[in-house]
Design a protein around this ligand. Structure first.
Ligand code: SME
Length: 137
């Protein structure tokens, strides 16, 4: 049994369930620290394919979360200057870090085509999802 494949399959299922269950979750994916490099690598996702499969730490919303270790809720992506556009339909974004033994090892990234859709309930819910993910890695 290939353990890595099984984890990726489970992560993809989580993306599929989130995208299908919540109407303002339009792109759902995981980024993980790429080995020892100061960059993120795209993992399982659902939604429009993106060219941004590698994101340097500090770049875009995702890269900023890789260094801040904090949730990042963006109600209006057009108001951000350090933002990487993956699709012109995207209006808002939320990124929640994933911690293993206190270390920020990746994140869940969700794009919305709805302006300002994310509340603290989304943050609490996605923190829970990220904790469950960290326990299966
Ligand atoms: N918008 C992200 C890039 C990843 S795409 O949303 C899939 C960012 O600014 O980091």
């Amino acid at each position: 049994l290939n353990k890595k494949k099984t984890i990726d399959e489970r992560l993809l299922k989580i993306c599929e369930l989130l995208e299908a269950s919540i109407n303002y979750y339009n792109w759902v994916g995981f980024y993980f620290k790429n080995g020892d490099k100061e960059e993120l690598k795209l993992g399982p996702y659902v939604g429009a394919p993106t060219d941004h499969t590698i994101i340097p730490f500090g770049k875009g919303i995702c890269g900023q979360v890789a260094v801040s270790n904090q949730n990042f809720v963006v109600p209006d992506v057009a108001a951000q200057d350090n933002y990487i556009a993956c699709s012109i339909t995207v209006k808002a974004e939320i990124v929640i870090p994933i911690f293993v033994n206190g270390e920020n090892i990746g994140q869940i990234d969700i794009d919305s085509n709805t302006p300002d859709p994310f509340t603290e309930a989304d943050e609490r819910f996605l923190e829970f999802v990220c904790k469950k993910v960290s326990e299966m890695l």
